[in-house]
Ligand binder design. Structure first.
Ligand code: PEP
Ligand code: NA
Ligand code: MN
Length: 611
């Protein structure tokens, strides 16, 4: 076929058994005008073939198979390295429904704005049709979608991050609900006049649009090839679109990890947890407990979907199939489980290349190799001023390769959740661990979650970036309505609701030193939480929540003084009064829709300090 001839239904070889899918695929092909349309079957053979083609084209670098079998390095455009929140839009009919935390455009306006960009955007390229499932095939909590993309890198990444291919398509029968996810890098190889240009290793466009149509269950992403902007099953579907679906249908789509912790007595607790970026979510998900007898198993590190089961409890799945983790800072001392997970079958993006064809990044080893090729392809030595790996360099790998993966991680209908954690990076005020007084109070903890910028040294409260439920960039509707949905779920779950705890691994002393060692020692905080759930420890009631008796925290073998321990659990009245003032301002910024129950929680915490 000549590049300028538009693709029509007759040219698209493998149509699906679902006319609604076919109709959409044909419509997209007519607008974007690719050279050919390929339906991804999700097989290993397909994966290997596409990867080999990309190596041939210089898009991927094959790593040394003896050091890193079946693994590849991609180097992105220097300006396409992260999610772009300023170009992310929620296109609900009413602006009010996007709320104050999202960029909004009316759906018709956005579609008009996108139309000229999409026209001919895939000229000269292959358009891939990637059916995928978010969750185990056939599960009660699982949802389905189809991503159309002109990026072969995205096809490979989707094969690692989702259950993609023909098997997923079987679950999209006529009349079933599925999400339309259209992605183009916005770099056609042929223009409207028929003139051609050479491809580049990482095609993208300076203009970017990451758009969501929650009422149509649809995503259109233009101009970026990077993870969160382009792997549309992840943030766009599993959080922004799914959060809106979950509100309508009575379930929850959350930015959470999912683990099981087994006690020395052999009791297993399922724990989900919301943590803002850069607070060690992946490390906690893959924790090697430092206390004998405890075991932690991994189910997910980024997204959790939860739905009440027939027994009234809240069941959770990890809708993803892989990890898209930040490489820098991941090392044998900080996260050995992640290091083992990425030994093979991994795509690395924007990490450094060693001279023997392996990968390296800051924090992988204490000492940097004497010579590297940096993430942009330039020579690098330890004397270089710039980092060898981009700070947001990533690994993409199947979750099944994780040595601590739980046998339950693919349980079709999920596992019942015992404990929900909320945690931020807080140098002051917030104790190591404490329990909420009720579900409503737990919602208050979630709604007021935030992380201090690490550079913020001033004042007792510091500069807080609010990240409610760790969902600030990912809630697909009005933030206050999302809080109301959490409150409503609690009412529905009643006494079967999980217990909610706040944790903070990042408290500092007056000299700015961390009071808690973190990482594998965090099991000590989780152990207290499980004891609190069992009722084998009595918490202390304070204005902010139910704190441990310091004597109930197991510090055996830890290098920590009584004074440091006391500081870890200190609840300074002045610091909290300042914090509560800021919370009030924050609620005002979210507006009139903030549920009365959360204002009431704020009033009660204040009243506790006034006593
Ligand atoms: C992403 O940027 O694609 C992503 C997964 O983001 P984060 O690590 O912040 O969740
Ligand atoms: Na990011
Ligand atoms: Mn995330």
């Amino acid at each position: 076929m000549t590049p300028s001839a538009p693709v029509s239904a007759a040219d698209i070889e493998q149509l699906s058994a679902n006319p609604e899918v076919n109709e959409w695929v044909v419509k997209v092909a007519e607008v974007t005008q690719p050279d050919r349309v390929v339906w991804a079957d999700g097989s290993q053979e397909e994966y290997d073939r596409i990867a080999a083609e990309l190596v041939e084209q210089g898009v991927l670098i094959k790593l040394n198979p003896e050091l890193r079998p079946n693994s590849y390095l991609a180097r992105s455009d220097a300006a396409d390295v992260a999610r772009v929140e300023s170009r992310t839009f929620i296109c609900s009919e009413l602006e009010e429904d996007a709320g104050p935390t999202n960029n909004w455009r009316a759906p018709a306006t956005m579609r008009e704005e996108l139309q000229p960009l999409l026209e001919g955007s895939m000229r000269g390229r292959t358009m891939y049709v990637v059916p995928f499932a978010m969750g185990p095939l056939g599960g009660k909590i699982t949802q389905y979608g189809v991503e159309i993309t002109d990026s072969a890198y995205v096809v490979l990444s989707m094969a690692l991050m989702t259950r993609s291919g023909s098997a997923a398509l079987e679950y999209m029968q006529p009349g079933d609900e599925w999400v339309k996810a259209l992605h183009t890098v916005g770099y056609p190889l042929v223009n409207a006049e028929g003139e051609t240009r050479e491809d580049v290793a990482w095609p993208c466009n300076d203009t970017k649009y990451i758009t969501h149509f929650p009422e149509d269950r649809e995503i259109i992403s233009y101009g970026s090839g990077y993870g969160g902007n382009a792997l549309l099953g992840k943030k766009c579907f599993a959080l922004r679109i799914a959060s809106a679906m979950a509100r309508d249908e009575g379930w929850m789509a959350e930015h959470m990890l999912l683990i099981q912790a087994t006690s020395p007595e052999g009791k297993k607790y399922t724990i989900s947890g919301a943590f803002p970026s850069a607070t060690g979510k992946t490390n906690l998900a893959m924790m090697r407990p430092k206390v004998d007898g405890w075991k932690v198993e991994t189910l997910g590190d980024d997204i959790v979907w939860m739905r009440p089961g027939d027994d009234g409890r809240l069941y959770a799945i990890n809708p993803e199939y892989g990890f898209f983790g930040v490489a820098p800072g991941t090392g044998w001392s900080t996260n050995p489980v992640a290091m083992e997970t990425i030994r093979e079958n991994t795509i690395f993006t924007n990490v450094a290349l060693t001279d023997d064809g392996d990968v390296w990044w800051e924090g992988m080893t204490d000492e940097a190799p004497a010579h590297l090729t940096d993430w942009q392809g330039n020579g690098w030595t330890p004397e270089s001023d710039l980092p060898a790996a981009h700070p947001n360099a990533r690994f993409t790998v199947r979750a099944g390769q994780c040595p601590t993966i739980s046998p339950d991680w693919e349980a079709a209908d999920g596992v019942p959740v015992d404990i929900i954690l909320f945690g931020g990076r807080r140098r002051t005020n917030v104790p190591l661990v404490y329990r909420s007084k009720s579900w409503e109070h737990g919602c208050f903890l979630g709604a007021t979650l935030g992380s201090e910028q690490t550079a913020a040294a001033e004042g007792p409260v510091g500069v807080l970036r609010r990240d409610p439920f760790a969902m600030q960039p990912f809630t697909g509707y009005h933030m206050a309505d999302y809080w109301a949905h959490w409150l409503e779920m609690g009412e529905k779950l009643g006494d079967k609701a999980p217990a909610i705890f706040q944790v903070n691994w990042f408290r500092r002393d007056a000299d700015g030193r961390f009071l808690w060692p973190g990482f594998g020692e965090n099991i000590r905080a989780l152990a207290w939480a499980t004891a609190a759930v069992e009722g084998t420890v009595d918490p202390v009631e304070t204005p902010i929540g139910l704190l441990p008796n310091v004597a109930d925290i197991n510090v055996e073998g830890l290098d920590i003084t009584d004074e440091q321990l006391a500081q870890l659990f200190d609840v300074p009245a002045d610091g909290w009064e300042a914090e509560l003032d800021k919370t009030e301002e924050y609620f005002e910024s979210i507006g009139e829709k903030v549920p009365a129950a959360l204002h009431e929680q704020l009033r009660q915490v204040r009243a506790g300090f006034a006593k």
